[in-house]
Design a protein around this ligand. Structure first.
Ligand SMILES: [Zn+2]
Length: 476
């Protein structure tokens, strides 16, 4: 029998990697081997260490990768897979490929920078500290990408074909409908990837990409994310609260620092700040976007504006490219970045990584966290074990580059920016299925979120639901 093996994002929200093997031999390679997503583990060390282990199925024996979207926890291990010998095609939507063209080289660059930093400061137990993969390896892996349009069927092998359908999570994001023809028996598997906000604009204000994951799905086996399996997002507009936070911080002469993913979340935040400024709801203070990747991402968004919401299209028409806005500075070089450190007047600094696991945000927080005049606003999910999670949870100090940084700045959180459906939205989406899947496996969630969503699905829908375990194999 064919099987699925959960190689990542089982028991955690990162490292998405699901192996599908059409073989009847559980240990062998007789069948076609496909990886749905190839994400990097982030967060707690226990998980991050798994980035250094080879896949249980040797990389050279994997025939293809199908990628749902361009977030690192779904695509960030691709260069390592190629380094380990993977030579097959990587299928993704055109906008996902454009975003990976930014995200993967940046990730390789960060890996190298971190290794250099640790070597210079002798702060690693490993001598020398090595990058998981290099910038050159990340760029090299891009050659394996093959564009596939939404709704187009692609034959992978005589027994396997797939289609992308919109997931409405970020630009280019897709669910994977995988059809297996196993000895004359057709099985349909649906891998949700990350699921975006369900149909609307008003409950996800400021969303860049159109809401509404594909409805009316059907599957024999559903493999579904459960990031917010225990949560209900606030339904109010975040703008008044954001304006109030910025006002208070400016009044006391402080700076607002926003850790944000460079792709999508940063663009969404910048559009919102621009709109608040133009409508006179916040003062016109300098805005620094300290992320070379965010600049490139703006260009990708403008290129694929057919996926943007009407609100985003209106803002683009009204204000043009964010790269041209007066008062908004996009820092490209590390010299530009250092100049931001020298500013001591009120400003807004947006920088990545979004979970404060690396990148230029580390330097901004080292400098701004000790001063009570400043405010740090979290607008994205913070995985347990990340610095972002610790700062958000109210710890008095945090370790950055092995230094202890006291936290005296105000810490604020805006939950409305989420690009993931919450529990009521997930249930609403599941109710549109034309029939119950025989089994649903929940992945991509902390254990408590996954088990609460399992309970809710069993109780409200009567579905057969299991929480996937890391390395577990399930028969298709
Ligand atoms: Zn995602």
């Amino acid at each position: 029998m064919a099987y699925i093996q959960f190689l990542g994002a089982a028991g955690t929200v990162t490292g998405s990697k699901h192996l599908v093997n059409t073989s009847s031999d559980q240990g062998g390679k007789a069948g076609f081997q496909l990886l749905i997503d190839c994400g990097m583990f982030q967060g707690a060390k226990e998980w991050r260490l798994r980035n250094w282990q080879p896949t249980p199925a040797p990389a050279a024996g994997i025939d293809a990768v199908v990628l749902t979207h361009a977030h690192l926890d779904h695509c960030g291990w691709i260069p390592r897979l190629v380094r380990e010998g993977f030579r097959g095609p990587i299928y993704a939507t055109p906008s996902t490929i454009d975003l990976c063209g930014i995200i993967l080289p940046d990730s390789g660059h960060l890996q190298e920078e971190d290794a250099r930093f640790y070597n210079r400061h002798k702060k690693s137990k490993h001598d020398p500290a090595l990058p998981l993969y290099t910038l050159a390896e990340a760029e090299d892996s891009l050659q394996r990408f093959r564009p596939v349009q939404f709704e187009q069927t692609t034959q992978l092998s005589p027994e396997a074909s797939f289609r992308f359908v919109p997931a409405a999570h970020i630009l280019g994001s897709a669910m994977v409908e995988l059809t297996l023809n196993l000895n004359g028996k057709v099985k349909k598997l649906l891998f949700s990837g990350d699921i975006g906000r369900v149909r609307d604009q008003h409950i996800a204000p400021g969303k860049v990409v159109r809401s509404g994951p594909t409805e009316g799905e059907t599957a024999d086996i559903l493999v579904m994310e459960s990031t917010y399996g225990n949560r209900q997002h606030p339904t109010d507009d975040p703008r008044p609260k954001l304006a109030a936070i910025i006002h208070h911080t400016v009044e006391r002469g402080g700076t607002v620092v926003v850790p944000a993913f460079a792709v999508e979340r940063t663009q969404k935040f910048l559009f919102m700040v621009k709109d608040l400024m133009e409508s006179g709801q916040i003062p016109r203070i300098p805005v620094f976007c300290d992320s070379p990747m965010a600049i490139k991402a703006v260009e990708v968004f403008l290129k694929h504006s057919e996926e943007c919401t009407d609100e985003t299209c209106r803002l683009i028409r009204q204000y043009g490219s964010p790269l041209q806005w007066p008062g908004f500075t996009f820092a490209l070089t590390s010299e530009d970045s250092k100049k931001i450190n020298a500013t001591n007047y009120p400003a807004i600094i947006v920088s990545s990584s979004g979970m404060v696991t690396g990148g230029r945000i580390l330097h901004h927080l080292t400098q701004r966290l000790p001063d009570p005049k400043n405010t740090v606003i979290f607008i994205g999910f913070q995985a347990p074990g990340t610095r972002g999670f610790m700062i958000k949870s109210g710890v008095p100090e945090v370790r950055i580059f092995s230094d202890t940084v006291p936290i005296r700045a105000e810490i604020a959180t805006l939950e409305q920016f989420s690009d993931h459906a919450d529990t009521p939205e997930l249930l609403e989406w599941l109710r549109t299925f034309t029939r119950k899947p025989a089994t649903t496996y929940l992945v991509h969630g902390e254990p408590s979120a996954s088990s609460l969503l399992r309970d809710a699905m069993q109780k409200e829908l009567g579905w057969n639901v299991q929480v996937a375990e890391w390395m577990q194999k399930v028969i298709v």
